[in-house]
Design a protein around this ligand. Structure first.
Ligand SMILES: [Zn+2]
Length: 317
């Protein structure tokens, strides 16, 4: 069976894996890095690929798919800019990787790659149209319609995190303001909790916050233990997310919306209010709403999805 090389370049690590034609990860490897220059990421990816193929001499990948954080023109394989990789501007990543690896290479946004993995193998399998949202430090999104990632006219579709929810809202890393990302990412969840603590709310999170900086996981865990203040914070975040999902259904009317990423680990206390808010803003659609569910593939989704995109969009040369 054909083998593919999957690569995922983020702000804190680079992952590479040998992925079989059916999406099974044969072997994978990850190296932390501090989001330096493009050259460094490319040599790191090439080194990981070399180690993997060295350890699996029977495995010679024929194509490479790479997901990269940031604003990526998936048609050309160029990274225009990336909040997580601040020195990157108009990086011809596809050409660089292809030369370093000696493989036909596809480059796309990491969220598009993760969305494709969920569509083919994960929570959206069997659907015709799906939107996958990744809630973490940033908020990424990918749209898959009739088996194809929808990239838009210029390659930038699916940037759901930068859809505007609050026209007078706070500045966003993208240069805009009031974006969904700043209202539902990990930092906003923690900020809401800190606000409640400052206002004197009685919550177990106040004890944690005295010891160290709160994390989104702390807030989610406290909500799960029945801490009412944490529950309210999570529900408010879910409600804002639901407004974002309502915008999606107005524009795309997908079969499934998949929510993944670190913040999604909070679970149903986040998604239940999101579904409710989405339904309330559905303008008479009745029960004709998308299924809203959790991602299934975890941390390797971007790497696997990138490999699958290479399988399906690059000719086997
Ligand atoms: Zn933004």
């Amino acid at each position: 069976m054909e083998l593919l090389l999957g690569v995922d370049i983020g702000g804190t690590n680079v992952k590479a894996g040998l992925v079989s034609g059916d999406g099974t990860v044969v072997a994978s490897s990850m190296r932390g890095w501090s989001g330096g220059e493009p050259d460094e990421a490319v040599s790191l990816a090439a080194r990981l690929a070399g180690e993997l193929t060295g350890a699996h001499p029977e495995a010679a990948p024929t194509r490479c798919g790479t997901g990269c954080a940031g604003l990526v023109d998936g048609h050309r394989g160029t990274v225009l800019r990336s909040p997580n990789l601040p020195t990157w501007h108009d990086v011809e990543l596809k050409a660089m990787l292809s030369a370093a690896l000696g493989l036909r290479t596809l480059v796309d946004n990491d969220a598009n790659a993760a969305a494709y993995a969920e569509y083919v193998l994960g929570a959206a399998r069997g659907a015709r149209s799906a939107v996958v949202i990744t809630l973490g430090t940033g908020v990424g999104g990918g749209i898959v319609i009739d088996g194809r990632v929808y990239r838009g006219a210029h390659g930038f579709a699916g940037e759901i995190g930068h859809a505007v929810i609050d026209i007078d809202g706070a500045a966003c890393a993208c240069g805009g303001s009031g974006c969904l990302e700043g209202l539902v990412n990990a930092r906003s969840l923690v900020a809401r909790a800190n606000e409640a603590i400052e206002e004197g709310a009685r919550t177990s999170l106040a004890d944690v916050a005295r010891e160290r900086t709160l994390t989104a996981k702390d807030v989610g865990d406290a909500a799960g233990r029945g801490d009412a203040v944490a529950g309210k914070v999570v529900a408010e975040t879910g409600r804002v997310l639901g407004a974002g999902l309502a915008n999606l259904i107005q524009v795309l009317d997908p079969d499934v919306i998949v929510v993944g990423g670190g913040v999604a680990a909070v679970g149903e206390p986040l998604l239940a209010p999101a579904r409710e808010e989405m339904a309330a803003r559905a303008c008479g659609r009745g029960p004709n709403l998308p299924r809203v569910t959790f991602a299934e593939l975890g941390e390797l989704a971007g790497m696997v999805g990138a490999a699958l995109l290479a399988r399906d969009e690059l000719d086997a040369a």
